[in-house]
Every structure is written in structure tokens, then in C-alpha cells.
Design a binder for this molecule. Structure first.
Ligand SMILES: *Cc1c(COP(=O)(O)O)cnc(C)c1O
Length: 296
């Protein structure tokens, strides 16, 4: 199993026509390049959990997620690298055929336990393993340790002095970490990938180290809801790839890049802004799409 390589992260300038027209200097931080499996922000959010689990002498790490979860996938790989047993509690009954995400998680040694949606909602660990020596990570890696991990992301950026730092938002942990670690003059902007998830601001605020720090969350680019997709989104992702050579995933980074392009078109960013987009990874999830949907 290959180790994580943070030296692979690059800060690339994006030369899409809309950014040129609006005189915006836009960069993308390619966290998707750190590892073939543990892509993007999930490793950053897991790092302090792994350290803690190891220092407490725990043997097993337990976490939660859906059948296409980047978090499950990354946790399986991170546990393998760190020689921890991994247990994934998976939302929904076991399907006849496993998703490629779960097949890969299993191949990496993760034990999968399926729970019906009602049961899953309680986020309880089944009794037969709850007596064991295990360490629990929240669904999606939400929490303070995750945010502290995400706060180290910007250390890998080769450009500085951004007016805006933009990322896709699921639980809000990464947005909190970026807000905590960015300059006071930098505005952090999150694009929510869930429909009307209005609890999000409060979830992010709980993780701020300086409550005076501000951030924005934009709720207009979910394309119907979490992991929902449209032809318009795919057309955009293919065009974006043609212009920039950057592959995106349809759950998070595709929606982020669509949103930022659209906001640029609508003059949300003043001319002269210097903007950083976080490519938080997630490309493995594109395996759920039909062949030929994407050109990369
Ligand atoms: C999980 C994930 C996010 C969202 O991160 P949160 O910290 O949960 O907001 C964004 N992008 C990708 C690719 C992810 O896998």
C-alpha cells in the first residue's frame, strides 16, 4: 500500500475563460493528488484521529458512511497504512452487489456492518464490537479533531494573499478548519452540496477557534440535493476539464467549480480578486456513473 504523499499537492492557476473575462486570479489546491485512494480532505480530517487512536493503543477504528462514501473509502485506506483494524458501519441494507467504494474498502481490510436506515440514524456501535477496544470517528469526520486536521491544509499551498478561499461543504468541518487557519483578510466561502441544509452555519460555528471570524455558505448549487446530478453539471465538468485539465467529482468539487464559475459570471467576486479553490478529492465516487458520462 502506497503511503500518503503530501509533496504531490500542487497549486495550479485556472485559466478558464470566465475567470479571464472577470479579471479574477484563480488557483486550485490539488489535494486530490496525495494518494490514489485517500484522496483530498479526508486524510487531513483523519490525521489527528489516527494519531489519537494509536497513542491510546486502540486496535480498531469504527466509523459510519453510505455506500459511496469518500470517508469510508479513505478511512479504510488510512487504517491499513496505520495498521489499525477498520470497521465501517454502512447506511442501508446490504445490496446484492456492493458498490465499488465498498468493494475497495473491503479489499483494504475494512469490516463492513450494514444497518437499516432507522438503526443507522442512531449512530450506535453494535454491542458485539462496542465492548472491544475501539476508537470512534463521526460520520464524515465531523468534529474538532477533523477541523484541526483541515486547518493544516493551507500549509501546502504555494500561493498566498487570497481574497477568497472556496470549498465544497458537507459536514462543514473543512470549511471550519480553513476559516480557522486563513488570514483575517481572507473570506472563506463554502458551497453546500446538500439541499437547504440550514443547520450548517451553526455546525461550522461550533468548530471555530475564533468566533469573530466570518465565513459565507451558499446554498444555491446542490443540483437537487446530496449526490444528485444533472446533465448540466456533467456538461460543465467536461468543459471545465477541457479548459483546465482538472478532473472533478460530481458530489463535491464539480458543484464547487460550477458554483464559482457561475458566481464569477454574476460578479460575486470583485475584479482583481485572488481566489483559491480547494480540490478536496472524491474522484473515486465518479465510478458510480455510467461509462462515457465524463471524458476523464
Ligand atoms: C467529504 C468531502 C467534502 C466535505 O467536507 P466536510 O468537511 O464534510 O464539509 C468535500 N469534498 C470532498 C471531495 C469530500 O469527500
Amino acid at each position: 500500500m502506497e503511503n500518503i504523499n503530501l509533496n504531490n499537492i500542487t497549486t495550479d492557476r485556472l485559466a478558464a475563460p470566465v475567470f479571464e473575462q472577470r479579471k479574477l486570479d484563480v488557483y486550485i489546491l490539488r489535494l486530490d493528488k496525495i494518494h490514489p485512494f485517500i484522496s483530498g480532505n479526508k486524510w487531513f480530517k483523519l490525521q489527528y484521529h489516527l494519531e489519537e487512536a494509536l497513542s491510546l493503543g486502540k486496535k480498531t477504528l469504527v466509523t459510519f458512511g453510505g455506500a459511496w462514501s469518500n470517508h469510508i473509502h479513505a478511512t479504510a485506506a488510512a487504517c491499513k497504512i496505520n495498521k489499525l483494524e477498520a470497521i465501517g458501519i454502512i447506511r442501508g441494507e446490504e445490496a446484492g452487489t456492493l458498490s465499488s467504494t465498498l468493494i475497495q474498502a473491503k479489499d483494504l481490510g475494512m469490516k463492513l456492518i450494514f444497518q437499516g436506515r432507522e438503526e443507522y440514524r442512531k449512530k450506535s456501535v453494535p454491542e458485539d464490537i462496542s465492548t472491544g477496544d475501539h476508537y470512534i470517528v463521526n460520520e464524515g469526520g465531523y468534529g474538532e479533531k477533523g477541523a484541526s486536521g483541515a486547518a493544516t491544509i493551507l500549509q501546502h499551498c504555494q500561493e498566498h494573499d487570497f481574497s477568497h478561499i472556496c470549498c465544497a461543504v458537507g459536514t462543514g468541518t473543512m470549511l471550519a478548519g480553513l476559516t480557522n487557519s486563513s488570514d483575517p483578510s481572507t473570506r472563506t466561502v463554502g458551497i453546500s452540496v446538500m439541499k437547504n441544509n440550514m443547520a450548517l452555519s451553526a455546525e461550522v460555528e461550533k468548530l471555530l477557534t475564533d468566533p469573530a471570524k466570518e465565513f459565507d455558505i451558499i446554498h444555491d448549487y446542490h443540483f437537487g440535493g446530496y449526490a444528485k446530478k444533472t446533465t448540466e453539471l456533467f456538461v460543465f465538468m467536461n468543459e471545465f476539464y477541457t479548459h483546465t485539465s482538472v478532473p472533478t467529482d460530481f458530489v463535491y468539487t464539480g458543484k464547487l467549480c460550477f458554483a464559482i464559475s457561475d458566481l464569477a459570471r454574476k460578479n460575486y467576486f470583485p475584479a482583481g480578486s485572488k481566489i483559491l479553490l480547494i480540490h478536496s478529492g472524491g474522484l473515486q465516487g465518479n465510478q458510480s456513473l455510467g461509462k462515457g458520462t465524463l471524458i476523464f
